[in-house]
Design a protein around this ligand. Structure first.
Ligand code: PMV
Ligand code: MG
Length: 364
């Protein structure tokens, strides 16, 4: 029996964090060459294994469009919602559901099980949805896969820009602006046809590929401490309520920095790219101060101070932990940067850009 194998890359934020949660604001994200792999095969019962999450041989049943795992576990929520959304799409397209086995494995967590912050839950959703799509339709329709994954992810997490889903689906360097979540939730509640929703255009959603300046060297450092994004976002959202003016000012600064980065790509101007990240860092620093929260944790501050000796450094994503990034001026400085990072317990991650996004592996 044919086995489908699909790989979905992890992501990193480059710029525009927090601001991207607001209408029409853009973020810059990249896909990196570490993957979630999903294998699907026809089977005599529905069975799922995620050995990296220590979840093995979990069976499930489908009843009236709902997926029921025999031993439910919070960690299964993303896959469960991915399955439910996909099965709704299948039934609308008059396809018969077959029992399958699904195996999901991850390179997005370190061996001790700590997450790097490379967007593993988003990549799991993209990998599972894509493998199912390939299994049933013998192709990957990426705009549809993005939307199915965004719905499944949003249903599970209840917040987030889905920039990570875009990076994992489409790959490369991306300028992303999000659909409006309240719009999507209303549509999901009201509209009968998921297929119509998937085919319609989603207000404010925009995914554009970028070509970064040719001499750009991106380095990534891991703080070895994990953070969850949701409480960080909550804290920042409070500022929006208590000090709207300061919040709007942050949005203005972030837009300016992200626009400058996009322009640096168009002009192939590395100086402008570096200056734009410095500007975005300052905007985020001010935001954290106003919201009385810590985006730059002590290790991230150290990572950035060292990066600034060789170029420019910045937090990546929500901050508080996970990874930071650096753009260095001279490629031969990269090893010096890594050495100094290691001296303060920052682990350089040897990541390259994945330009394809989610893809099928030929197993023949
Ligand atoms: O730390 P991460 O990689 O989860 O990034 C969060 C980025 C935010 O803009 C703060 C939230 C989001 O969903 O875009
Ligand atoms: Mg993070």
């Amino acid at each position: 029996m044919e086995k489908i194998v699909v790989k979905a890359p992890g992501k990193l934020f480059i710029a525009g964090e927090y601001a991207v949660l607001e209408k029409g604001q853009q973020a810059i994200v990249i896909a990196v060459d570490r993957f979630i792999t999903c294998e699907i095969q026809a089977n005599n019962e529905n069975i799922l294994s995620l050995p990296d999450l220590r979840l093995e041989n979990k069976t499930w049943e489908i009843e009236n469009g709902k997926v029921y795992f025999q031993n439910d576990d919070q960690k299964l929520a993303f896959v469960k919602n991915a399955l439910e959304v996909f099965y709704q799409y299948l039934s609308e397209n008059n396809q018969t559901v077959h029992p399958i086995s699904i195996l999901v494995s991850s390179e997005l967590d370190d061996r001790s099980g700590k997450k790097y912050g490379l967007g593993s839950s988003a990549a799991v959703v993209v990998a599972v949805v894509s493998a199912l799509f390939q299994f049933y339709f013998k192709k990957l329709d990426k705009p549809i896969i993005f939307k199915l994954s965004a719905i499944a992810h949003y249903k599970t997490q209840g917040n987030g820009s889905c920039a990570d889903i875009a990076a994992s689906t489409f790959g490369g360097w991306i300028a992303y602006s999000s659909f409006r979540p309240e719009w999507l939730l209303t549509k999901l509640a009201k509209e009968r046809s998921l297929t119509d929703l998937l085919r319609s255009s989603w207000p404010y959603l925009s995914v554009k590929n970028l070509t970064p300046p040719t001499s750009l060297h991106l380095s990534v450092g891991w703080t070895k401490s994990a953070v969850s994004t949701a409480p960080m976002v909550k804290k920042i959202q409070q500022l929006k309520q208590t000090n709207k003016q300061a919040y709007e000012q942050f949005l203005g600064k972030s837009t300016k920095a992200v626009d400058a980065f996009i322009q640096s790509c168009e002009l192939n101007n590395i100086q402008l790219a570096m200056a734009s990240l410095t500007e975005n860092r300052e905007a985020l620093q001010e935001l954290a101060q106003l919201a009385n929260t810590e985006i730059e944790s002590v290790p991230l501050k150290q990572l950035i101070a060292i990066s600034n000796k060789y170029g420019t450094g910045k937090t990546s994503g929500a901050g508080g932990g996970d990874c930071g990034i650096a753009l260095v001026k001279n490629a031969h400085d990269v090893n010096l940067l890594y050495k100094e990072w290691q001296e303060v317990n920052i682990e350089p991650l040897m990541l390259s850009i994945n330009s394809t996004g989610v893809h099928v592996i030929d197993t023949k």
